[in-house]
Design a protein around this ligand. Structure first.
Ligand SMILES: NC(=O)c1ccc[n+]([C@@H]2O[C@H](COP(=O)([O-])OP(=O)(O)OC[C@H]3O[C@@H](n4cnc5c(N)ncnc54)[C@H](O)[C@@H]3O)[C@@H](O)[C@H]2O)c1
Length: 451
Protein backbone atom coordinates (compact mmCIF):
# COMPACT_ATOMS: atom_id res chain seq x y z
CA UNK A 1 0.00 0.00 0.00
CA UNK A 2 2.87 2.40 0.87
CA UNK A 3 4.70 4.11 -2.03
CA UNK A 4 8.47 4.94 -2.05
CA UNK A 5 7.96 8.42 -0.54
CA UNK A 6 5.84 7.00 2.25
CA UNK A 7 8.35 4.19 2.95
CA UNK A 8 11.14 6.80 3.17
CA UNK A 9 9.05 8.97 5.50
CA UNK A 10 8.35 6.10 7.88
CA UNK A 11 11.97 4.85 7.82
CA UNK A 12 14.38 5.71 10.69
CA UNK A 13 15.93 8.76 8.92
CA UNK A 14 12.51 9.88 7.73
CA UNK A 15 11.15 9.81 11.27
CA UNK A 16 14.21 11.70 12.56
CA UNK A 17 13.49 14.38 9.95
CA UNK A 18 9.82 14.41 10.95
CA UNK A 19 10.93 15.01 14.55
CA UNK A 20 13.12 17.91 13.45
CA UNK A 21 10.19 19.37 11.54
CA UNK A 22 8.23 19.31 14.79
CA UNK A 23 5.95 16.47 13.74
CA UNK A 24 5.50 14.47 16.94
CA UNK A 25 5.35 10.69 17.01
CA UNK A 26 1.64 9.83 17.20
CA UNK A 27 0.66 8.16 20.47
CA UNK A 28 -0.43 4.52 20.50
CA UNK A 29 -4.15 4.55 21.28
CA UNK A 30 -5.81 2.23 23.77
CA UNK A 31 -8.34 0.18 21.81
CA UNK A 32 -10.88 -2.60 22.33
CA UNK A 33 -12.94 -3.50 25.37
CA UNK A 34 -10.40 -2.12 27.84
CA UNK A 35 -11.21 0.29 30.64
CA UNK A 36 -8.92 3.25 31.42
CA UNK A 37 -6.36 2.78 34.20
CA UNK A 38 -7.65 3.45 37.72
CA UNK A 39 -8.67 5.69 39.24
CA UNK A 40 -11.74 7.06 37.55
CA UNK A 41 -12.73 10.30 39.26
CA UNK A 42 -16.20 11.80 39.10
CA UNK A 43 -17.97 14.89 40.25
CA UNK A 44 -21.39 16.49 39.99
CA UNK A 45 -21.47 20.25 39.50
CA UNK A 46 -25.14 20.93 40.19
CA UNK A 47 -26.57 18.06 42.17
CA UNK A 48 -27.35 15.57 39.38
CA UNK A 49 -26.64 11.95 40.27
CA UNK A 50 -27.03 10.60 36.73
CA UNK A 51 -23.32 10.12 36.00
CA UNK A 52 -22.61 8.56 39.41
CA UNK A 53 -25.60 6.22 39.04
CA UNK A 54 -24.43 5.20 35.56
CA UNK A 55 -20.89 4.44 36.77
CA UNK A 56 -22.41 2.39 39.61
CA UNK A 57 -24.52 0.38 37.14
CA UNK A 58 -21.40 -0.21 35.06
CA UNK A 59 -19.56 -1.40 38.15
CA UNK A 60 -16.85 1.24 37.75
CA UNK A 61 -15.73 2.57 41.15
CA UNK A 62 -15.24 6.34 41.11
CA UNK A 63 -13.34 8.59 43.50
CA UNK A 64 -14.25 12.22 44.15
CA UNK A 65 -12.50 14.73 41.91
CA UNK A 66 -10.07 17.29 43.31
CA UNK A 67 -11.22 20.91 43.18
CA UNK A 68 -8.91 23.82 42.40
CA UNK A 69 -10.07 26.38 44.94
CA UNK A 70 -6.70 27.78 45.97
CA UNK A 71 -3.93 29.61 44.12
CA UNK A 72 -2.17 26.42 43.10
CA UNK A 73 -4.30 23.56 41.86
CA UNK A 74 -4.19 20.44 44.02
CA UNK A 75 -2.40 17.54 42.39
CA UNK A 76 -3.52 13.93 42.09
CA UNK A 77 -1.13 11.49 43.73
CA UNK A 78 -0.96 9.53 40.51
CA UNK A 79 -2.19 9.71 36.96
CA UNK A 80 -5.95 9.32 36.61
CA UNK A 81 -7.60 7.29 33.87
CA UNK A 82 -10.80 9.28 33.48
CA UNK A 83 -12.73 12.25 34.82
CA UNK A 84 -16.49 12.22 34.56
CA UNK A 85 -18.12 15.61 35.09
CA UNK A 86 -21.88 15.64 35.57
CA UNK A 87 -22.88 19.15 34.52
CA UNK A 88 -26.62 18.42 34.25
CA UNK A 89 -28.46 21.16 36.10
CA UNK A 90 -25.78 23.78 35.43
CA UNK A 91 -27.52 27.02 34.54
CA UNK A 92 -25.36 30.09 35.21
CA UNK A 93 -22.11 31.53 33.93
CA UNK A 94 -20.89 31.71 37.52
CA UNK A 95 -21.38 27.97 37.93
CA UNK A 96 -19.05 27.33 34.99
CA UNK A 97 -16.18 28.20 37.35
CA UNK A 98 -16.81 24.85 39.06
CA UNK A 99 -16.16 23.11 35.78
CA UNK A 100 -12.83 24.88 35.37
CA UNK A 101 -11.92 24.07 38.95
CA UNK A 102 -12.39 20.32 38.56
CA UNK A 103 -10.97 20.07 35.05
CA UNK A 104 -7.73 21.93 35.78
CA UNK A 105 -6.10 19.37 38.07
CA UNK A 106 -7.69 16.50 36.17
CA UNK A 107 -6.39 17.33 32.70
CA UNK A 108 -2.90 17.78 34.18
CA UNK A 109 -3.05 14.27 35.63
CA UNK A 110 -4.83 12.46 32.81
CA UNK A 111 -3.12 9.24 31.69
CA UNK A 112 -2.38 8.34 28.08
CA UNK A 113 -5.63 7.39 26.29
CA UNK A 114 -7.43 8.83 29.32
CA UNK A 115 -10.93 10.19 29.11
CA UNK A 116 -12.81 13.37 29.89
CA UNK A 117 -16.55 12.64 29.81
CA UNK A 118 -19.02 15.46 30.40
CA UNK A 119 -22.74 15.16 30.87
CA UNK A 120 -25.13 18.05 30.19
CA UNK A 121 -28.82 18.71 29.71
CA UNK A 122 -29.98 18.54 26.10
CA UNK A 123 -32.79 21.02 26.71
CA UNK A 124 -32.75 24.01 29.05
CA UNK A 125 -34.93 27.09 29.45
CA UNK A 126 -33.76 30.68 29.54
CA UNK A 127 -31.10 32.73 27.82
CA UNK A 128 -28.29 32.25 30.32
CA UNK A 129 -28.95 28.53 30.66
CA UNK A 130 -28.82 28.12 26.88
CA UNK A 131 -25.63 30.14 26.66
CA UNK A 132 -24.09 28.00 29.41
CA UNK A 133 -25.29 24.84 27.69
CA UNK A 134 -23.47 25.89 24.52
CA UNK A 135 -20.41 26.97 26.53
CA UNK A 136 -20.00 23.34 27.62
CA UNK A 137 -19.76 22.38 23.96
CA UNK A 138 -16.97 24.90 23.42
CA UNK A 139 -15.10 23.64 26.49
CA UNK A 140 -15.40 20.04 25.31
CA UNK A 141 -14.02 20.83 21.86
CA UNK A 142 -11.17 22.86 23.33
CA UNK A 143 -10.20 20.31 25.95
CA UNK A 144 -10.16 17.67 23.19
CA UNK A 145 -7.61 19.77 21.32
CA UNK A 146 -5.45 20.41 24.39
CA UNK A 147 -5.23 16.85 25.72
CA UNK A 148 -2.12 14.86 24.84
CA UNK A 149 -1.02 11.20 24.62
CA UNK A 150 -4.21 9.97 22.97
CA UNK A 151 -6.58 11.22 25.68
CA UNK A 152 -10.02 12.35 24.49
CA UNK A 153 -12.91 14.54 25.61
CA UNK A 154 -16.56 14.04 24.71
CA UNK A 155 -19.85 15.59 25.80
CA UNK A 156 -23.12 13.70 26.22
CA UNK A 157 -26.37 15.62 26.31
CA UNK A 158 -29.25 13.95 28.08
CA UNK A 159 -32.82 14.52 26.95
CA UNK A 160 -35.48 14.93 29.64
CA UNK A 161 -36.43 11.64 31.26
CA UNK A 162 -33.11 9.89 30.55
CA UNK A 163 -32.18 7.37 33.23
CA UNK A 164 -28.84 5.90 34.23
CA UNK A 165 -29.79 2.62 32.53
CA UNK A 166 -30.14 4.54 29.24
CA UNK A 167 -26.57 5.80 29.59
CA UNK A 168 -24.79 2.56 30.39
CA UNK A 169 -23.88 1.64 26.80
CA UNK A 170 -22.68 5.20 26.16
CA UNK A 171 -20.46 5.36 29.25
CA UNK A 172 -19.14 1.88 28.50
CA UNK A 173 -18.26 2.94 24.97
CA UNK A 174 -16.64 6.21 26.03
CA UNK A 175 -14.56 4.78 28.85
CA UNK A 176 -13.37 1.76 26.90
CA UNK A 177 -10.81 1.76 24.10
CA UNK A 178 -13.66 1.24 21.64
CA UNK A 179 -14.00 5.03 21.40
CA UNK A 180 -10.26 5.56 20.73
CA UNK A 181 -10.72 7.80 17.68
CA UNK A 182 -13.88 9.64 18.87
CA UNK A 183 -12.74 12.97 20.23
CA UNK A 184 -14.27 16.41 20.78
CA UNK A 185 -17.70 15.06 19.89
CA UNK A 186 -21.11 15.81 21.36
CA UNK A 187 -24.24 13.75 20.96
CA UNK A 188 -27.57 13.21 22.64
CA UNK A 189 -28.92 10.25 24.56
CA UNK A 190 -32.62 10.02 25.34
CA UNK A 191 -34.86 7.77 27.38
CA UNK A 192 -35.18 4.34 25.84
CA UNK A 193 -38.72 3.08 25.46
CA UNK A 194 -37.60 -0.33 26.66
CA UNK A 195 -37.73 -0.57 30.42
CA UNK A 196 -34.80 -1.25 32.69
CA UNK A 197 -31.23 -2.15 31.90
CA UNK A 198 -30.63 -4.19 28.75
CA UNK A 199 -27.60 -6.36 29.18
CA UNK A 200 -26.55 -9.12 26.91
CA UNK A 201 -23.33 -11.00 27.01
CA UNK A 202 -22.15 -10.78 24.35
CA UNK A 203 -24.40 -7.85 23.44
CA UNK A 204 -25.41 -9.06 19.97
CA UNK A 205 -25.75 -12.75 20.85
CA UNK A 206 -27.70 -14.54 18.08
CA UNK A 207 -28.83 -11.31 16.47
CA UNK A 208 -28.55 -10.95 12.70
CA UNK A 209 -26.48 -8.02 11.47
CA UNK A 210 -26.25 -7.22 7.75
CA UNK A 211 -23.22 -5.28 6.50
CA UNK A 212 -22.94 -3.94 2.95
CA UNK A 213 -19.50 -3.48 1.38
CA UNK A 214 -18.13 -6.11 3.76
CA UNK A 215 -15.43 -7.65 1.53
CA UNK A 216 -12.70 -5.31 2.72
CA UNK A 217 -11.78 -2.13 4.61
CA UNK A 218 -14.19 -0.67 7.11
CA UNK A 219 -17.01 -3.07 6.16
CA UNK A 220 -14.88 -6.14 6.92
CA UNK A 221 -14.09 -4.68 10.35
CA UNK A 222 -17.74 -3.86 11.03
CA UNK A 223 -18.63 -7.50 10.34
CA UNK A 224 -15.70 -8.69 12.47
CA UNK A 225 -16.63 -6.54 15.46
CA UNK A 226 -20.32 -7.50 15.17
CA UNK A 227 -19.31 -11.18 15.13
CA UNK A 228 -17.04 -10.62 18.14
CA UNK A 229 -20.09 -9.15 19.88
CA UNK A 230 -22.04 -12.34 19.16
CA UNK A 231 -23.90 -11.45 15.94
CA UNK A 232 -24.66 -13.74 13.04
CA UNK A 233 -23.34 -11.59 10.22
CA UNK A 234 -24.56 -11.37 6.64
CA UNK A 235 -21.68 -10.02 4.55
CA UNK A 236 -22.71 -8.30 1.32
CA UNK A 237 -20.51 -7.09 -1.51
CA UNK A 238 -20.39 -6.93 -5.29
CA UNK A 239 -19.64 -10.20 -7.10
CA UNK A 240 -16.10 -8.95 -7.85
CA UNK A 241 -15.39 -9.08 -4.11
CA UNK A 242 -16.66 -12.69 -4.00
CA UNK A 243 -13.59 -14.57 -2.80
CA UNK A 244 -12.66 -12.15 -0.03
CA UNK A 245 -16.32 -11.95 0.94
CA UNK A 246 -16.72 -15.73 1.19
CA UNK A 247 -13.47 -16.04 3.18
CA UNK A 248 -14.59 -13.40 5.67
CA UNK A 249 -18.10 -14.83 6.05
CA UNK A 250 -16.66 -18.32 6.65
CA UNK A 251 -14.14 -17.00 9.12
CA UNK A 252 -16.88 -15.19 11.05
CA UNK A 253 -19.32 -18.13 10.75
CA UNK A 254 -21.72 -15.84 8.95
CA UNK A 255 -23.14 -15.94 5.44
CA UNK A 256 -22.13 -14.16 2.25
CA UNK A 257 -24.45 -12.52 -0.27
CA UNK A 258 -23.01 -11.33 -3.57
CA UNK A 259 -25.14 -8.34 -4.40
CA UNK A 260 -24.76 -4.97 -6.04
CA UNK A 261 -26.74 -2.78 -3.64
CA UNK A 262 -27.83 -0.53 -6.51
CA UNK A 263 -29.90 -3.39 -7.99
CA UNK A 264 -33.58 -2.46 -8.10
CA UNK A 265 -34.48 -5.55 -6.04
CA UNK A 266 -31.57 -5.31 -3.55
CA UNK A 267 -33.86 -4.99 -0.50
CA UNK A 268 -35.96 -7.96 -1.56
CA UNK A 269 -32.82 -10.08 -2.11
CA UNK A 270 -31.41 -9.21 1.32
CA UNK A 271 -34.66 -10.19 3.05
CA UNK A 272 -34.96 -13.37 0.95
CA UNK A 273 -31.38 -14.34 1.86
CA UNK A 274 -32.05 -13.85 5.58
CA UNK A 275 -35.33 -15.80 5.43
CA UNK A 276 -33.80 -18.69 3.47
CA UNK A 277 -30.59 -18.95 5.53
CA UNK A 278 -31.94 -18.24 9.02
CA UNK A 279 -35.63 -19.21 8.75
CA UNK A 280 -38.78 -17.31 7.77
CA UNK A 281 -39.27 -16.11 11.36
CA UNK A 282 -35.78 -14.59 11.41
CA UNK A 283 -35.51 -10.83 11.45
CA UNK A 284 -32.53 -8.52 10.96
CA UNK A 285 -31.43 -6.78 14.16
CA UNK A 286 -29.20 -4.28 12.37
CA UNK A 287 -28.49 -3.18 8.81
CA UNK A 288 -25.24 -1.29 8.32
CA UNK A 289 -25.16 0.70 5.08
CA UNK A 290 -21.40 0.79 4.65
CA UNK A 291 -20.79 0.22 0.92
CA UNK A 292 -19.51 3.39 -0.68
CA UNK A 293 -17.47 4.65 -3.60
CA UNK A 294 -15.59 7.79 -4.60
CA UNK A 295 -15.25 9.25 -8.12
CA UNK A 296 -13.29 12.37 -7.25
CA UNK A 297 -13.02 15.36 -9.62
CA UNK A 298 -13.44 19.08 -9.22
CA UNK A 299 -17.06 19.96 -9.86
CA UNK A 300 -15.94 21.74 -13.04
CA UNK A 301 -14.78 18.33 -14.35
CA UNK A 302 -17.55 16.13 -12.94
CA UNK A 303 -19.67 14.52 -15.63
CA UNK A 304 -23.14 13.05 -15.16
CA UNK A 305 -21.76 9.50 -14.91
CA UNK A 306 -19.46 10.24 -11.96
CA UNK A 307 -22.22 12.21 -10.29
CA UNK A 308 -24.86 9.50 -10.64
CA UNK A 309 -22.62 6.57 -9.69
CA UNK A 310 -21.64 8.05 -6.33
CA UNK A 311 -25.11 9.25 -5.41
CA UNK A 312 -26.61 5.93 -6.41
CA UNK A 313 -24.29 3.69 -4.35
CA UNK A 314 -23.79 5.98 -1.35
CA UNK A 315 -27.31 7.34 -0.91
CA UNK A 316 -30.09 6.26 -3.27
CA UNK A 317 -29.49 2.54 -2.63
CA UNK A 318 -30.25 3.04 1.07
CA UNK A 319 -33.45 4.90 0.23
CA UNK A 320 -34.58 1.92 -1.86
CA UNK A 321 -33.47 -0.82 0.55
CA UNK A 322 -34.81 0.61 3.83
CA UNK A 323 -38.53 0.68 2.96
CA UNK A 324 -38.38 -2.95 1.77
CA UNK A 325 -36.74 -4.12 4.99
CA UNK A 326 -39.24 -2.06 6.98
CA UNK A 327 -42.43 -3.38 5.35
CA UNK A 328 -42.82 -6.29 7.75
CA UNK A 329 -41.80 -9.07 5.34
CA UNK A 330 -40.01 -12.28 6.34
CA UNK A 331 -36.30 -11.62 6.74
CA UNK A 332 -36.87 -7.86 7.13
CA UNK A 333 -35.81 -5.56 9.95
CA UNK A 334 -37.01 -6.41 13.46
CA UNK A 335 -39.00 -4.02 15.61
CA UNK A 336 -36.46 -2.41 17.98
CA UNK A 337 -33.91 -2.93 15.20
CA UNK A 338 -31.01 -0.72 14.15
CA UNK A 339 -30.24 1.16 10.95
CA UNK A 340 -26.70 2.53 10.79
CA UNK A 341 -25.28 4.50 7.86
CA UNK A 342 -21.79 5.67 7.03
CA UNK A 343 -21.51 9.37 6.30
CA UNK A 344 -18.17 11.19 6.09
CA UNK A 345 -16.55 14.36 7.38
CA UNK A 346 -16.45 15.34 3.67
CA UNK A 347 -20.23 15.54 3.84
CA UNK A 348 -20.08 17.72 6.95
CA UNK A 349 -17.30 20.13 5.97
CA UNK A 350 -17.15 19.72 2.19
CA UNK A 351 -13.95 18.60 0.47
CA UNK A 352 -12.32 19.92 -2.68
CA UNK A 353 -12.79 17.47 -5.54
CA UNK A 354 -15.63 15.60 -3.84
CA UNK A 355 -18.84 17.45 -4.70
CA UNK A 356 -20.57 14.20 -5.63
CA UNK A 357 -19.26 12.35 -2.57
CA UNK A 358 -20.02 15.24 -0.19
CA UNK A 359 -23.54 15.46 -1.63
CA UNK A 360 -24.07 11.74 -1.03
CA UNK A 361 -22.65 11.76 2.51
CA UNK A 362 -24.44 14.95 3.58
CA UNK A 363 -27.52 13.30 2.12
CA UNK A 364 -26.96 10.34 4.43
CA UNK A 365 -26.97 12.70 7.42
CA UNK A 366 -30.23 14.25 6.23
CA UNK A 367 -31.75 10.82 5.70
CA UNK A 368 -30.78 9.61 9.17
CA UNK A 369 -32.16 12.70 10.89
CA UNK A 370 -35.46 12.48 8.99
CA UNK A 371 -35.94 8.73 9.35
CA UNK A 372 -35.19 8.51 13.09
CA UNK A 373 -38.39 10.22 14.29
CA UNK A 374 -40.45 8.30 11.71
CA UNK A 375 -39.34 4.98 13.22
CA UNK A 376 -39.37 6.02 16.87
CA UNK A 377 -42.71 4.35 17.63
CA UNK A 378 -41.33 1.05 16.31
CA UNK A 379 -38.35 1.60 18.63
CA UNK A 380 -36.01 1.28 15.64
CA UNK A 381 -33.00 3.56 15.96
CA UNK A 382 -31.33 5.27 12.99
CA UNK A 383 -27.85 6.73 13.33
CA UNK A 384 -24.74 7.52 11.32
CA UNK A 385 -21.02 7.45 11.78
CA UNK A 386 -18.99 10.08 9.93
CA UNK A 387 -15.41 8.84 9.59
CA UNK A 388 -12.57 11.26 9.02
CA UNK A 389 -9.31 9.92 7.65
CA UNK A 390 -9.27 6.14 8.08
CA UNK A 391 -6.42 3.96 6.74
CA UNK A 392 -8.08 1.82 4.04
CA UNK A 393 -7.71 0.96 0.34
CA UNK A 394 -10.01 3.90 -0.40
CA UNK A 395 -7.71 6.45 1.26
CA UNK A 396 -4.54 4.71 -0.01
CA UNK A 397 -5.48 6.22 -3.38
CA UNK A 398 -4.89 9.75 -2.01
CA UNK A 399 -1.41 11.17 -2.87
CA UNK A 400 1.05 10.59 0.01
CA UNK A 401 1.69 14.20 1.05
CA UNK A 402 -2.02 14.96 1.15
CA UNK A 403 -2.59 11.73 3.06
CA UNK A 404 0.05 12.70 5.62
CA UNK A 405 -1.63 16.10 6.06
CA UNK A 406 -4.97 14.36 6.68
CA UNK A 407 -3.28 12.12 9.26
CA UNK A 408 -1.70 15.00 11.14
CA UNK A 409 -4.53 17.52 11.17
CA UNK A 410 -6.52 16.07 14.01
CA UNK A 411 -6.14 16.13 17.78
CA UNK A 412 -4.74 12.59 17.91
CA UNK A 413 -2.12 13.19 15.19
CA UNK A 414 -2.81 10.04 13.19
CA UNK A 415 -5.22 8.32 10.85
CA UNK A 416 -7.95 6.19 12.32
CA UNK A 417 -8.26 2.45 11.80
CA UNK A 418 -11.26 0.66 10.33
CA UNK A 419 -11.85 -0.89 13.75
CA UNK A 420 -12.46 2.58 15.21
CA UNK A 421 -15.41 3.09 12.87
CA UNK A 422 -16.56 -0.48 13.49
CA UNK A 423 -16.55 -0.06 17.27
CA UNK A 424 -18.69 3.08 17.04
CA UNK A 425 -21.14 1.19 14.87
CA UNK A 426 -21.07 -1.63 17.43
CA UNK A 427 -22.11 0.94 20.04
CA UNK A 428 -25.12 1.95 17.90
CA UNK A 429 -26.00 -1.71 17.27
CA UNK A 430 -25.95 -2.58 20.97
CA UNK A 431 -29.50 -3.36 22.21
CA UNK A 432 -28.65 -1.23 25.25
CA UNK A 433 -28.27 1.83 22.96
CA UNK A 434 -32.04 2.07 22.53
CA UNK A 435 -32.11 5.74 23.57
CA UNK A 436 -29.69 6.89 20.88
CA UNK A 437 -31.33 7.82 17.59
CA UNK A 438 -30.95 10.47 14.91
CA UNK A 439 -27.32 11.00 15.95
CA UNK A 440 -24.21 11.46 13.82
CA UNK A 441 -20.90 10.70 15.51
CA UNK A 442 -17.69 11.72 13.82
CA UNK A 443 -14.91 9.15 14.11
CA UNK A 444 -12.13 11.47 13.07
CA UNK A 445 -9.79 12.07 16.01
CA UNK A 446 -11.31 15.57 16.14
CA UNK A 447 -10.24 16.50 12.66
CA UNK A 448 -9.75 20.24 12.28
CA UNK A 449 -12.05 20.11 9.28
CA UNK A 450 -15.77 20.28 9.94
CA UNK A 451 -18.02 21.36 12.75
N1 LIG B 1 -11.67 5.28 4.45
C1 LIG B 1 -12.04 6.47 4.88
O1 LIG B 1 -11.20 7.28 5.31
C2 LIG B 1 -13.49 6.87 4.89
C3 LIG B 1 -13.80 8.14 5.35
C4 LIG B 1 -15.13 8.52 5.39
C5 LIG B 1 -16.11 7.65 4.99
N2 LIG B 1 -15.78 6.42 4.52
C6 LIG B 1 -16.88 5.56 4.10
O2 LIG B 1 -16.78 4.30 4.74
C7 LIG B 1 -17.32 3.29 3.90
C8 LIG B 1 -16.29 2.19 3.69
O3 LIG B 1 -15.12 2.78 3.15
P1 LIG B 1 -13.77 1.97 2.90
O4 LIG B 1 -12.67 2.95 3.07
O5 LIG B 1 -13.75 0.71 3.66
O6 LIG B 1 -13.92 1.68 1.33
P2 LIG B 1 -13.40 0.48 0.45
O7 LIG B 1 -13.37 1.00 -0.96
O8 LIG B 1 -12.13 -0.08 0.99
O9 LIG B 1 -14.56 -0.60 0.61
C9 LIG B 1 -15.87 -0.34 0.13
C10 LIG B 1 -16.53 -1.68 -0.15
O10 LIG B 1 -17.84 -1.38 -0.68
C11 LIG B 1 -18.07 -2.27 -1.76
N3 LIG B 1 -19.04 -1.71 -2.70
C12 LIG B 1 -18.87 -0.63 -3.50
N4 LIG B 1 -19.96 -0.49 -4.27
C13 LIG B 1 -20.83 -1.48 -3.95
C14 LIG B 1 -22.10 -1.85 -4.43
N5 LIG B 1 -22.72 -1.17 -5.41
N6 LIG B 1 -22.70 -2.93 -3.88
C15 LIG B 1 -22.09 -3.64 -2.90
N7 LIG B 1 -20.88 -3.34 -2.42
C16 LIG B 1 -20.24 -2.27 -2.95
C17 LIG B 1 -16.69 -2.42 -2.40
O11 LIG B 1 -16.62 -3.55 -3.26
C18 LIG B 1 -15.79 -2.50 -1.20
O12 LIG B 1 -15.63 -3.82 -0.75
C19 LIG B 1 -17.74 4.00 2.61
O13 LIG B 1 -19.12 4.32 2.68
C20 LIG B 1 -16.90 5.24 2.62
O14 LIG B 1 -17.49 6.27 1.87
C21 LIG B 1 -14.49 6.01 4.45
Amino acid sequence: MAGPLERLFYSGPGQALAGKLGLPEPPELRRGRSLPPEPVVATSLAGSTLAADTLALLGVPARPALVDDADEPPTYADRIGCIVVDAAGLRTIGELERLRAVLRPAVRALAGSGRVVMLADAEVDGLEANAVRQALDGINRTVGKELRRGATSNLISVAPGTRASDLVSTFGFLLEGRSAFVDGQAWTVGPASTSGLVTGSPPLADRIVVVTGAARGIGAQIATVAARDGARVVCIDVPAGGEALADLANHLRGTALQLDITAADAGERIAAHVASRYGTDARIHGIVHNAGITRDKLLANTDAGRWAAVLNVNLAAQLRINPVLLDGRDGGLAEEGRIVSIASTSGIAGNRGQANYAASKAGVVGLVRALAPELADRRITVNAVAPGFIETDMTAKIPFVQREVFRRTNSLGQGGRPVDVAETIGYFLDPASAGITGQVIRVCGQNLVGQ
